[in-house]
Design a protein around this ligand. Structure first.
Ligand code: PLP
Length: 497
């Protein structure tokens, strides 16, 4: 039996941790370097510091306690259930960190010559081959540093391809309104005009709207599969047929590939370009501002345009080459090495069957949870979802309760909140992605708590309006913080003591 969530979380609001500048103590040190006189006379004038750096001063233990306390003020995958839809906040096996810490990888300098990094190049080459297989594509680049960067890379590939065919008049990219928000942003950044295709009430692409928008100006149609509504396009083959007939290319935002890894291959579905978020799907956590990686797979006819540098194998030797028709470099060195190596180790550890199980459990967990919440909050689609689902809290508006109130209530109940108000096409949206890693007990507990909170909307809505009461900060003015950020550079200011 799981204990009630109210008991699991402590009742009182935890104290906010002071900033590292506030706990700085003059003279405190983590490490005392051996003091040796340094001759600075050879250094160019003007580069030597005349005043102390102003860095905070703490002992090693104080530093560790500070950051450990900070880490505990928030909810994280390692401490709480984290159903943040679209972001795939799943557990990433710690053994992958051991793999990237192997000295042969961790100590490798990025400027090491080819001879000195044969093992590393071989690992990346192997990973590209595995990705080609999983994506059903002919060639892959590992260079992009994130999902959105993968999108931009794919868009630049499409542009170069059409230019090479004398079809630079293709200046439009069509994006369904169920696509991830980065798709239109990347298309605009790539210099294209974005046209939005409205979805049908069911959340699927409206074929008539698509046909009306397709023209000789269309370069690319970008489809998020599964869509941000957690739906798989029911008429995908018709979409593919129409796009190809218009002479355009078809892009798949495969950041949600954890829904069909090892089960379906984008290449087999008819896509020409696809990116995958290795930092959602393949063993690196998403979010937190850390490095990501968005490898892109393409069909053969697009491979000449792939970014440089490329890794090729001849016999047992790996070398780094540049392609003449490439769109050029989009990232330094060979991409986010640690993320790529973790992904390779994860794929190798799971094997074909294991990867398939990842997706089947992701689908099972999402559908199980959705079913439990059915009847409490309405969802999109016909009752089945892929790896995530979207609920609408609109029915609670009459009680003065909104999606944000449920999300804040969930924080008090001991969870990270689902994504809210996204996708934009669902009013009062709550987007839930349980991921494949959670147990049935956890899903049951979460469903019970969400149902209890929905009940509070009628019995005690103010309780929800006051939430969260168990976090160090309750409801900061997020709009103000985003529109009027007050950024402080502590090193520019005198240290507070
Ligand atoms: C469907 C989808 N596409 C694109 C992205 C963008 O990826 P990134 O945040 O790595 O740029 C995300 C991120 O979660 C996503 O869920």
């Amino acid at each position: 039996m799981s204990e009630p969530s109210e008991k699991r979380e402590s009742a009182s609001r935890p104290e906010m941790e002071p900033s590292i500048w506030e706990i700085s103590r003059p003279g405190a040190r983590g490490v005392r370097p051996v003091s040796r006189p340094v001759d600075v006379t050879d250094l160019p004038p003007g580069i030597c510091r005349q005043t102390p750096s102003g860095l905070p001063e703490l002992s090693e233990l104080e530093t560790i306690r500070h950051f450990t306390r900070l880490s505990q003020l928030s909810r994280g995958v390692d401490t709480h259930f984290y159903p943040l839809g679209s972001c795939t906040m799943k557990y990433n096996p710690k053994v992958m960190d051991r793999v990237v810490s192997l000295p042969g990888f961790a100590d490798l300098h990025p400027l090491t010559d080819e001879e000195g990094m044969q093992g590393f190049l071989g690992a990346l080459w192997t990973f590209s081959e595995l990705l080609k297989e999983v994506l059903g594509m002919d060639a892959v680049t590992l260079a992009p540093a994130a999902g959105a960067h993968g999108e931009l890379t794919g868009i630049l590939l499409a542009r170069k391809y059409f230019e090479s065919r004398g079809e630079a008049f293709r200046t439009e990219i069509l994006v369904p309104d169920s696509a991830h928000g980065t798709n239109p942003a990347s298309a605009a950044m790539g210099g294209f005009t974005v046209r939005t295709i409205a979805s049908k009430a069911s959340g699927h692409i409206d074929l008539e709207a698509l046909s009306a928008a397709l023209s000789e100006r269309t370069a690319l149609v970008m489809i998020t599969a599964p869509s941000t509504l957690g739906l798989f396009e029911e008429e995908l083959s018709e979409v593919v047929r129409k796009v190809k007939a218009a002479g355009a290319l078809l892009y798949m935002d495969g950041a949600n590939m954890n829904a069909f890894l090892g089960v379906l291959r984008p290449g087999d579905l008819g896509f020409d370009i696809v990116h995958i978020n290795t930092h959602k799907t393949l063993a690196t956590p998403h979010g937190g501002g850390g490095p990501g990686s968005g490898p892109v797979g393409v069909r053969e006819f697009l491979s000449p345009f792939l970014p440089n540098p490329r890794i090729v194998r001849s016999g047992k030797k790996y070398s780094v080459v540049d392609g003449e028709d490439s769109i050029g470099r989009i990232r330094s060195f060979h991409g986010s090495a640690g993320v790529l190596l973790r992904a390779l180790a994860y794929m190798r550890m799971l094997g074909e069957e294991g990867l398939k199980r990842v997706s089947l459990y992701a689908l099972l967990n999402a559908n199980y949870l959705r079913k439990k919440l059915e009847g409490v909050l309405p969802g999109m689609g016909d009752g089945l979802c892929t790896h995530e689902f979207v609920l609408s809290a609109r029915s609670l508006e009459k009680e003065g309760v909104r999606a944000v109130d449920l999300a804040k209530g969930l924080l008090d109940a001991g969870y990270y909140a689902p994504t809210i108000y996204f996708p934009l096409i669902v009013p009062e949206a709550l987007m839930v992605e349980p991921t494949e890693c959670e147990s049935r007990a956890m899903l049951d507990r979460f469903a019970d708590d969400l149902i209890r909170l929905v009940g509070l909307a009628a019995s005690d809505p103010d309780r929800l309006h006051r939430a969260p009461e168990k976090t160090p900060v309750s409801r900061p003015d997020e709009v103000k913080a985003a529109r009027e950020p007050v950024l402080v550079d502590p090193l520019a200011a005198p240290v507070r003591r």
